[in-house]
Design a protein around this ligand. Structure first.
Ligand code: FES
Length: 71
């Protein structure tokens, strides 16, 4: 399935970027050496990123040390 028509990125391409460490939509573009054009793919990419990134990695306000200190 194509996720980004402008840059010809399929879901597998997005998944590959996430597996390589992409944590934002812009990381995905950078991984594939492209830039956003129309932006219509961003919600789908964000959804894929949200499903793939563990909760602690997606929250910049807390890290594991904060969680341990609160216990
Ligand atoms: S569909 Fe991805 S930038 Fe247009």
């Amino acid at each position: 399935m194509y996720v980004c028509i402008c840059n010809v990125l399929k879901d597998k391409d997005v998944e590959r970027a996430i597996a390589a460490g992409a944590r934002t939509v812009f990381d995905v573009y950078t991984f594939h050496g492209c830039e956003p054009q129309c932006g219509r793919c961003m919600p789908t990419m964000q959804e894929m990123l949200g499903a793939a990134v563990p909760v602690n990695d997606s929250c910049p306000l807390f890290d594991d040390d904060d969680l341990l200190a609160a216990e």
